[in-house]
Write a protein that binds this ligand. Structure first.
Ligand code: ZN
Length: 442
């Protein structure tokens, strides 16, 4: 970490010191956008601080609504028509949907971010603090920092005159960290927006990897799915002295462990992970309604009659999900003698965003922006290094690019910290990329 700030400062100074060759490929409006992002740094940080200090845990409906109002106050002056989509029916606050109409027949962009954070009002982590290039606070990176990049970029486009003709739709969900139920309702408006768009940009965190001279920015064009399953095993009970003998069988606990062990040995393949998050078994075993707690009872001298496990499965394509699920079903269909087993896959998972040629083409466009800005080209991130996200819901309908937000560390835990310099770098990239894409024919 000690290399990090000097590297970033050196990079920033190098860019300032050598604007001539680097900026030669940029148009005048593009140079205006860069200057606007830099000129508005204090404004953008004050805005981010205000958002961070307003708690918006996914279940704090009032707080999420307030952050939505703060975003409305930024978007309306930029010429967006802003709607609040109430999501009380899904047990969440709602989403912001904002539309900007530009040139007819030009590409339509979809920008995705989220208003909520993982930090509910009872979290000890509630306030913004700045330490040099570090901005610490709940949602400082994920995803209030991402929304700050988005607003800074749009303001730069407005100042440069490139926003006027741009067709842009923004969806800021209020429940990205803990989505509402049913998921079909909670993601209905996002999916519909995806069908209207020609390119989707997800303003979640910028991925970085260690390079020879410090961290380097990476492009992401794929996210894995995330979905959960429940495995239930029952078996004849009896006195423990007869365990694993012919009439009784080994009981539900051994049968459950046998299936999980075969999952571990037989399922592994590239880009696939599956985790067993919860297990329990005995004379009785009951999952609670939220399916995060198991109530199990049993005695050491009784053969277990029932056992339950919950876990997840993350894959890169729908084909991979289907294939792995059918292999899991085949394993479950052959439990230890006398046991019965069944597996259920939750219906509310996140779909995968596969690495398509269209997504790669968008990253190529971003790398042209990088070249013209005098920045290094961004390599393609291994999707294993990224979790599921909202952009996955539109991935089947529109090309997309992930990670337009800032770099941050310690997301989802107290101490989450945004790399402030990356806000400016990402806002400049986003403004130039969006201006170029929005100027193209559909
Ligand atoms: Zn997020």
């Amino acid at each position: 970490m000690s290399l990090r700030i000097p590297f970033r400062l050196a990079l920033a100074l190098a860019l300032l010191a050598a604007p001539l060759p680097a900026a030669a490929e940029l148009t005048r409006p593009e140079r205006t956008m860069i200057a606007t992002v830099d000129g508005e740094q204090a404004r953008t940080l004050a805005m981010l601080e205000k958002w961070v200090n307003q708690n918006s845990g996914s279940l704090n409906l009032e707080g999420v609504t307030r952050v939505g109002e703060m975003l409305r106050a930024e978007l309306e002056p930029l010429g967006f028509k802003v709607d609040w989509i109430d999501m009380k029916a899904a047990g969440r606050a709602g989403h912001i949907i904002a539309r900007h109409s530009g040139k007819p027949g030009a590409k339509r962009l979809l920008l995705i971010g989220h208003l909520d954070t993982v930090y509910e009002p009872d979290s000890p982590f509630q306030r913004w603090t700045r330490k040099g290039n570090d901005g610490e606070g709940p949602g400082a990176g994920d995803d209030k920092g991402g929304m700050a990049v988005m607003i800074a970029a749009l303001r730069a486009m407005k100042a440069a005159g490139t926003l006027k003709t741009a067709n842009i739709e923004i969806v800021l969900t209020g429940d990205e960290e803990d989505s509402g139920n049913p998921i079909e309702l909670a993601r209905r408006d996002l999916v519909a927006a995806g069908k209207r768009a020609d390119a989707a940009l997800d303003f979640e965190g910028l991925a970085q990897e260690a390079g020879p001279n410090g961290l380097v920015d990476m492009g992401s064009i794929a996210r894995r799915s995330s979905g959960s399953w429940t495995l239930t095993v029952t078996a004849p009970s009896g006195h423990s002295s007869g365990v694993c003998s012919a009439p009784a069988g080994c009981g539900a606990n051994y049968a459950l462990i046998d299936i999980l062990d075969r999952f571990r040995r037989e399922l592994p393949e590239d880009k696939l992970t599956f985790n067993v998050g919860l297990i329990g078994g005995g004379a009785t075993a009951r999952l609670d309604e939220g399916r995060i707690r198991l109530d199990a009872t049993g005695k050491t001298n009784i053969i277990a009659a029932t056992a339950v496990a919950r876990g997840d499965l993350r894959a890169l394509t729908q084909e991979q999900i289907d294939r792995v699920q059918s292999r899991m079903r085949a394993i479950v269909a052959k439990p230890l003698p006398k046991a019965r087993a069944s597996i259920e896959f939750d219906a509310d998972g996140y779909p995968p965003m596969a690495p398509t040629a269209g997504n790669q083409a968008l990253l190529d466009r971003l790398n042209r922006v990088n070249r013209d800005m005098g920045l290094a080209p961004m390599g393609t991130l291994d999707p294993l290094k990224r979790g599921a996200g909202d952009i996955s819901f539109v991935a089947a309908d529109v090309d997309g690019l992930i990670g337009m937000g800032p770099a941050s560390r310690g997301d989802h835990a107290p101490g989450e910290t945004v790399d402030i310099a990356s806000i400016w770098r990402q806002a400049k990239r986003a403004a130039i990329l969006m201006s170029r894409l929005a100027n193209e024919k559909r």
